[in-house]
Design a protein around this ligand. Structure first.
Ligand code: NDP
Length: 479
């Protein structure tokens, strides 16, 4: 029997002593125990915050191009270890290996992309009303960032929070999800091999209730950058309120996909199916509900049913050729199964799937299509986070847009049409942070991933995401 690794927190440039209390991490495809990770106590979190605070001024004083050098070094190390890192992600999270490899490569590219901003972080010179006065607007680091990670793209999310934080002169304390901490510790080992100054990057592992709430209620944290559920986002807002801590919250979505009468149906089927199946449907930006025009509804439902039915699934290590791995845990599986049952009872017609998969082990749910859905059904309103596609038939674009907008979420959306006027009408009238036209939902690192309504506050990526890690400082200089 192989030894089970026990990971250690990383605080002030050092791995902490072997933890007293640990959390077991399991493989969702077969239940095997993979590792033990620290169930940290409040004192350790406070130690990490203090280390980040002590390091911040010195880090911010370095030229940005020097800070960029560290991000590039970490990116290089990630590329050198890409296959091993992808396997670690797959084992604990369940995504297929090819997708895990995309995540690893994208993470390295993201670190390089953010490093490129070193020479582009700009302030402004503003015209004054006074003779002889100059008004300068500076962009300065906020200070210490708490990065609280989800489990669905756990490796990339380290970089999505760390890279803009560090390049703009902040230091960071990361809390990985207790579902998927191993990849974060493997990332940390690579950071530890560089000469990154102690305290700039810290990792403290443990539960949301203990480590998460200590971080989010601590006066030493200047920005909380969180990705996860709406419920936890609301708890974090409450915890941050007494200190008026700045927040950056990415809280998921219920992305509508609109398929119009003139759409290329095969393109729509492929894009929507891929968007629903990727990461077993556990992606905040992926198509979660379809509004299809009545004139093409039968054709679309028939084709997408066949495409979903052909989707293969299983243990992604034992069967590297599958399209989909398991859901992340039992809670996720039970949630998906319950939502499908509720939809069935409310009048939905299951055209494929609709059951927990009988593979003997793992948290697998069959790829599922549900026709005859209505706007009042839970499956059209709540995030499923599984490969389940509910479909509602509509009459034209106006009805589709009305239905799409009637949601508590507002992250991504998509439309399939050959008519540019319809596409532009959708872009103008869809009340979402992103709209994809004739393609799958997947954002670019130079874009801006942000939602409206309960999808969050602020966003990530590109110039706008970068500047969320800064505050402005305006100087009025009278000469
Ligand atoms: P959570 O939002 O509960 O967890 C996300 C992160 O927040 C984890 O690191 C978690 O810690 C931490 N956390 C939990 N409670 C607190 C708290 N009080 N204060 C600070 N941090 C906290 O998501 P779940 O993992 O429970 O997933 C539930 C649902 O959330 C999914 O089914 C999906 O709908 C949605 N989700 C959305 C994501 C997105 O991309 N927007 C990503 C992940 C989930 P820990 O779990 O270690 O205790």
């Amino acid at each position: 029997m192989t030894d089970i690794p026990v990971y250690q927190n990383f605080i002030n440039g050092e791995f902490a002593p072997t933890p007293k209390n640990t959390i077991d991490v399991h493989n969702p495809a077969n239940g095997n125990l993979l590792s033990r990770v620290p169930e940290s106590e409040t004192g350790e979190v406070e130690h990490a915050i203090a280390a980040a605070k002590a390091a911040q001024t010195g880090w911010a004083a370095k030229p940005a191009i020097e800070r960029a050098g560290y991000l590039r070094k970490i990116a290089t190390k990630i590329r050198e270890n890409a296959d091993e890192l992808a396997k670690v992600i797959t084992l604990e999270q369940g995504k297929i290996l090819s997708l895990a490899r995309v995540e690893v490569d994208f993470t390295a590219d993201y670190l390089d992309y953010m490093a490129e901003w070193a020479r582009r972080i700009e302030g402004e010179i503003i015209t004054s009303d006074r003779v002889g006065e100059n008004i300068f607007l500076f962009r300065k680091p906020v200070g210490v960032v708490a990065g609280i990670l989800p489990w669905n793209f756990p490796f990339f999310l380290i970089a999505r929070k760390m890279a803009p934080a560090l390049i703009t002169g902040n230091t960071i304390v990361i809390k990985p999800s207790e579902e998927t901490p191993n990849n974060c510790f493997e990332f940390t080992k690579l950071v530890a091999e560089t000469d990154l100054p102690p305290g700039v990057f810290n990792v403290v592992c443990g539960s949301g209730a203990q480590v998460g709430s200590t971080l989010t209620s601590h006066a030493g944290i200047d920005l909380i950058s969180f990705t996860g559920s709406v419920e936890t986002g609301a708890r974090i807002m409450a915890a941050a309120a007494p200190n008026i801590t700045k927040l950056n919250l990415e809280l998921g979505g219920k992305a509508p996909a609109i398929v119009l009468a003139d759409a290329d149906i095969d393109l729509a089927v492929t894009a929507i199916k891929n968007s629903r199946v990727i990461n077993s449907g556990q992606v905040c930006n992926c198509a979660e509900r379809v509004y299809v025009d009545a004139s093409v509804a039968d054709q679309f439902i028939d084709k997408i049913t066949k495409a979903m039915a052909m989707t293969t699934y299983g243990d992604p290590i034992a069967r590297p050729d599958v399209d989909m791995g398991p859901l992340v845990n039992r809670i996720g599986l039970d949630k998906v199964a319950a939502m499908v049952e509720t939809a069935r009872a409310a009048g939905g017609t299951i055209t494929t799937g609709g059951k927990i998969a009988e593979l003997g082990q793992g948290f697998h749910y069959q790829p599922t299509v549900i026709a005859d859905c209505r706007s009042d059904m839970e499956i059209m309103r709540k995030e499923v986070f599984g490969a389940v596609l509910p479909i509602q038939v509509v009459s034209g674009l106006d009805e589709a847009i009305t239905c799409a907008n009637a949601s508590e979420y507002g992250l991504t959306s998509s439309i399939f049409t050959k008519n540019l006027s319809f596409a532009l009408q959708a872009v103008n009238q869809l009340n979402f942070g992103e709209t994809y036209v004739n393609r799958e939902n997947f954002e670019a690192m130079q874009g801006y991933h942000a939602g409206v309504r309960k999808s969050g506050i602020g966003g990530a990526d590109g110039k706008h995401g970068l500047y969320e890690y800064t505050h402005t400082h305006v100087a009025y200089i009278q000469t």
